[in-house]
Structures are given as C-alpha cells and as structure tokens.
Design a protein around this ligand. Structure first.
Ligand SMILES: [Zn+2]
Ligand SMILES: [Zn+2]
Length: 347
C-alpha cells in the first residue's frame, strides 16, 4: 500500500506531528487527489484533543480539501488526471437508505463515512483526512472545483461553506428574510456572506463591539451588540431565522426571544452543555429550535457552483503545515480571520 506523508495527533495530549500513513491502492471507482490546500476546522482540534470522546489515534484531521487529480480508477467517468477536485467531510455512505437516496448522505442511516476518524465500509480501518500529501475517494464523493476562485479561499467552503449554506437553503432564506447570525468566526463569516448574497437582510449578533467593522465589511446590514440591552430590545420578535454558530455555552432562550412568529433558530455550533429551553418559549410564536449538519454531496456541489458564480470565498490565513499547533492555540483564543488554511506544499 502506498505510504503517504501526513501530520497526525498520536494522543489527546501531544501536538500534531509528522507521521506516515498507508493509503489504499486506487480502486476502479476511486479518484486520487494530490492535496494543495486543506482548511483547518474547529472539529480538527476537537478530534485531535479527543474532546468528543470518539477519537481513534493516530488521527489525521482535515476535511476541507482541494487539490488536483493525479490518478483515477478505470470506471471513473467524471474526473481525469489534472482536474481540480475537492473532498469535504464525507468519503462514503450506504447509498441505499432513505437519506442517501434523498441526497442527504450526511444523515445516512448506517452513518456516513467521515473523511477522518471514520470507519471504512469495507472494514479496512480508519479514514485519514487532509493533513496529508494525497487522498482517495469514490468519485461520487469527489466534488468539482472551479478554477475561477483562489483555491485557498475555496477549501473552507467544503465544511464552513456547506454547513452554513445548507440551513439557509432548507429554511428558504432569500429576499425579504430577516436573518441573524450569531458568532463571527469561520462559520459565521460564511453565513454572513452567503445570506447577503441570497438577498436577505443580515444582522450580526455579537457580544464584541470591535466585530462591527468586520461584520459590515463582510456585508452585514446591521450589528446588534448583545450585551447592550437597548440594542437587543429593538430586535425582540424580529428575525425569521437565526443561524447560531457559537460552540461555547450560551443561553438559547435569549436568542429565541428575537425570533418572530414561525421563526427558527438553527444551531450548527456544538456547546459542551445541553440546551435548556422551556417548551413555552417555543409554543408562544410557533418557533423552532433546530440543528443542521453539513450537506449532502449534491448540495455541496450546488454550493461550490453557487460560490463560483457569486465570487464567494472564505477569508483565510494561509499557514505552513509545521505551524498547525500554533494555529490550534490561536483558534482556541478566537484569534483567526476567519479560517486557517494549510498550504500543503509545505508538508
Ligand atoms: Zn469542519
Ligand atoms: Zn445511507
């Protein structure tokens, strides 16, 4: 099996270090991609540190992968060597359950195979992600990437982009919608750009006054400082849709109060503590509290094509592979605008 250069966490308490992994040989439906850029998602850090208690070591994080096709299996129809390609959070699923048939592979009843720390369906072991020289996946899980946009800015679309695009589409955000975005980080900054491009009126909700300038630069129409009672009063019962990207503990009820009748608060961040929401908070106003996980393959391709058409990329800071641990430390302090992306030529 081909040896592949990578970076891996070998335990919860040690840094991410150079490591060699074995990738499978190219199977008939496989597309092999040489990785050019890989975004650094908060999930990478959580898996490296085993924050969710499910990490199998060594773990090679990275699920915001763009690169160039270097080889394809003899059954592959849609890719050829030299093409640009992307691989996001998923590399396989059962293909036959109701969710898979509905293009919702992320909710596969047998559990989708995630790009890292996932179990290969053929029993061959753990998947390894994008902090590596190359990766292979079945062509159905490989995405077409436009050459119109800077690739380093495209990489984060594969997780941060689809995580925010999918709920905006599902809840039919568009012209006339009043959208609140909670949290201005990797996910939040994409949510602002995407919701603005869809024609919504977008308000950034933040407890940090200094974020207003950036929110405006990203296209937000309004800014509400959530620590200012006067400002929050003005948006009571105001929003059709709030996308909550915050992964620190916070009071959901405070934001649900900002929804108008039939409004929805959708969380994509994962705080450590469970939500505590009295039913009455939802009953009065027929409000919804919901969650959303990335997107299926068809929708991810739709999002990539949409971003190419509307000239939308992530705001990134490109780093060398060896600086990944410093990047993690900065992410823990919220010190990144708005996504680190690894230049894999530095591996
Ligand atoms: Zn991610
Ligand atoms: Zn399935």
């Amino acid at each position: 099996m081909p040896s592949t250069k990578a970076y891996a966490a070998l335990s919860a308490t040690t840094p991410v270090v150079p490591h060699t992994i074995e990738r499978r040989e190219c199977k008939p439906h496989d597309v092999q991609v040489e990785i050019l850029y890989c975004g650094v998602c908060h999930s990478d850090l959580h898996f490296a540190h085993n924050d969710w208690g499910m990490t199998v070591y060594p773990v090679v994080p990275g699920h915001e992968i763009v690169g160039r096709v270097t080889a394809v299996g003899d059954q592959v129809k849609n890719f050829k060597p030299g093409d640009l390609a992307g691989i996001g959070c998923l590399v396989d699923s059962c293909r036959v359950c109701d969710n898979c048939k509905d293009d919702l592979e992320q909710y596969c009843a047998e559990s989708a195979v995630f790009s890292y720390n996932g179990n290969e369906r053929d029993g061959s072991g753990n998947t390894y992600g994008g902090y590596s020289q190359s990766i292979l996946a079945h062509e159905d899980f490989v995405l077409r990437i436009s050459d119109k946009l800077p690739l380093e800015g495209v990489a984060p679309l594969l997780c941060a982009g689809i995580t925010t695009y999918s709920p905006l589409r599902h809840w039919k955000v568009g012209k006339g919608s009043r959208v609140g975005v909670l949290g201005l980080g990797g996910l939040g900054h994409m949510a602002v750009k995407l919701a603005v491009s869809m024609g919504a009126e977008v308000t950034m909700l933040s407890h940090t006054a200094s974020k207003e300038a950036d929110a405006t630069r990203l296209g937000a129409h309004k800014f509400v400082l959530t620590s200012d009672e006067e400002q929050t009063k003005k948006v009571a019962g105001y929003f059709d849709f709030i996308l909550d990207t915050v992964s620190a503990n916070h009071d959901y009820n405070f934001y649900i109060a900002m929804l108008r009748t039939n409004g929805a608060l959708v969380c994509v961040g994962v705080p450590p503590n469970p939500a505590n929401i009295p039913a009455m908070t939802l009953i009065f106003g027929r409000k919804s509290f919901a969650g959303s996980l990335i997107g299926g393959l068809a929708e991810t391709q739709e999002m990539l094509d949409y971003c190419a058409e509307h000239n939308i990329v992530s705001d990134v800071e490109v780093i060398a592979m060896k600086d990944i641990n410093t990047a993690y430390e900065r992410m823990e302090k919220g010190d990144v605008r708005y996504r680190f992306v690894i230049d894999m030529a530095t591996l």
